[in-house]
Design a protein around this ligand. Sequence first.
Ligand SMILES: [Ca+2]
Length: 494
Amino acid sequence: MSKEKILIGRLFILMQLVCMNMQILAQTTVSSKTNTKPNVLMIMVDDFREQAGFYGYSDMHTPNMDKLACDGVVFDRHYVTVPICIPSRAGLLTGTRSERTHQVYGPFMINDVEGIQYMGRTFSENGYFTAALGKVWHSPPKGKLMDRFDVKEKPGANKRYALKEHRTAKLKMDTPAVEGPLVVNDTCYTDGMLAQRTIGLLKEKAKADQPFLMCVGFSKPHLPFNAPKKYWDLYDGENPPATPLRLKSPKGMPDYGWRKRHGLWGYTEGWTFDAPPNKKESIRLRHAYAACISYVDAQIGKIINEVRSLGLDKNTIIVLWSDHGYHLGHLGMWTKNTNYEMTASSPLIISVPGMEKNKRTDALVETCDIFPTLMDLCDLPKLELTDGVSLKPLLGHPKKEWHDVAYHCSNRWVQNPDGTKSHMIGRAIRTDRYRYIEWYKGWNKGKIYEKELYDYKNDYEESKNLVTKSKYKKLVNTLSEQLWQWETLGKGIK
Ligand SMILES: [Ca+2]
């Protein structure tokens, strides 16, 4: 059993005790008038890997998300479509995979898919008030996005830094990846402002008869890792949480496995692929990342407490989702957009009034499942085009048998001998035990440039690419076939 699994087991017992207390408290909350349809609060957290108390990190300080976990179902194996902002958010907000939309990190492709539906627009058309606050979609070109929301705002968007010289800097290379820590209020940074605005809108909408869909997109723990000092002080600066499981890349990993121009590039610290953070800098980055998670957690707590005090908790579905995980030094890699476990998986909690609480599921689920799930839970018409399936059966029965694979992918731009660039797509399939990856030029089935196979039962740290071992030949053939069956996955689930 891996260290992670043992931790989760211990934590689960603790969480049950905490949750029992929470349920007693919950019985004392006031009841409210109820809409005929449930409200939806979609909390989106940027670049947040499964580094929280409710995922077994006992040294993380995330009391508010841990409480939300008590009030819903935690998905232990949720995979995003592509582990980077643009395609992952597109997958959430349209219920599709990038295999269908070909959406990766630019150019913007999502509108070209015939019959595609958008979360904001679809809820609006079904009588909902809709709001997109903060980072919801990631920067589609102006006028290109077909989605729409009644309210669309980015509170505190100019507050990525607290110090004036950083705020007014025109170039990324004039700003640091980590500021401070500074003794400042929560509202000195973007996410504090976002929580404040969300609370205002909740107060306003609590009095309305119309149900709401509020998508609230937090900007941390995305770089720059800036958070008020009080959140840094929650951690031991010499030994912050989340020591990387492994510092070397997997043995036998193809060169495509690396994301060479990673997100740490371009800040004043001067890090590049060839000059990664040293040990001391890595510790500081881990400390700052943990502080940012606790900062976001505190803002989430303010919003959920408001939901409760307004009595909206009786009729509000709350989803907590992150667009992807993060390496933070694991496998010697930094940031995102690889096909490995630390970045392809991300947190997901769904809390539905009247359904199962304080439960976990290890079903293999994907980001594209969330939109159809919400349509189902709100009793709205089924999406005509989706790659996902409603998770409602799992919310009622977390141990229910589910489909046995999840899909995701990653992209690389490569230079051809003639100077042109090609789009390499690493398409991955994750089973209960294995991950298998094939690298193609473009999206069509053609020449396979590289293959990867990892066994998570015997090698949770991803130390070795096993694909060339003859004993796995049959398994590789089976997974290779399954990789191309993504359009039919889950269609038989009732
Ligand atoms: Ca992100």
